[in-house]
Design a binder for this molecule. Structure first.
Ligand code: XMP
Ligand code: MG
Length: 187
């Protein structure tokens, strides 16, 4: 389908159907893992928003939901090591089994920071679920417990992931045309 959004995509890595099937598998795996328990999902805004919404509906458990918003500093397509919390937890997580839901694990800076932060808050356990894993970018030793797809060393957008705040609403995941990067921010 051609439209304003898809025109900028060079290559689709995962189609809408492929993502749906994988998210169903992840939801079922989490439901089995936490059967009879009441985990607290912690979605990391904004990138995980769409994944999180689909994942929790694919996971028929009694569960709680929290959101955190963090930003890590660097240029548009690579992160620095510094992470800042822009929106914090609204409830006590002491003694809770947390399921942290991220869009992409790249350098590992964000999840390393969150893992330490949530451990310090007294979480009983921390399970990391990331839609995408880009192992080639890793700077910190972080491993996800559940991974949707392992991606090559390319900047990807769609299904929640942005470039300059755009393309989050693309239903698939893909790589942008080179000429799009470096265009002035459209926002
Ligand atoms: P780190 O490097 O801290 O990355 O593991 C975590 C955050 O960086 C963003 N990120 C990306 N966003 N396409 C994106 O749209 C990418 O290829 C990409 N790589 C890193 C993302 O916000 C993630 O939460
Ligand atoms: Mg992001």
């Amino acid at each position: 389908m051609k439209n304003e959004l898809t025109n900028d995509i060079l290559r689709v890595l995962y189609t809408e159907d492929e993502i749906k099937a994988r998210v169903e598998e992840l939801g079922a795996a989490l439901a089995a893992r936490f059967a009879g328990q009441r985990p607290l999902f912690v979605g990391i805004l904004k990138g995980s928003l769409i994944f999180l919404a689909d994942l929790i509906r694919a996971c028929p458990l009694l569960c709680d939901l929290e959101m955190m918003a963090v930003s890590s500093y660097g240029n548009a397509t690579s992160s620095s090591g510094r992470v800042r919390i822009n929106h914090d937890l609204q409830q006590d997580v002491r003694g809770r089994d947390l399921v942290v839901v991220e869009d992409i694990l790249d350098s590992g800076n964000t999840l390393a920071f969150l893992r330490d932060y949530l451990t310090a808050k007294g979480a009983a356990s921390i399970t990391i679920v990331t839609l995408l894993d880009k192992p080639s970018g890793r700077q910190k030793a972080v491993t996800a417990d559940y991974v949707g797809f392992t991606v090559p060393d390319e900047f990807v957008v769609g299904y929640g992931l942005d470039y300059a705040q755009l393309y989050r609403n693309l239903p698939c995941i893909g790589v942008l045309k080179p000429e799009v990067y470096g265009k002035p921010d459209k926002t």
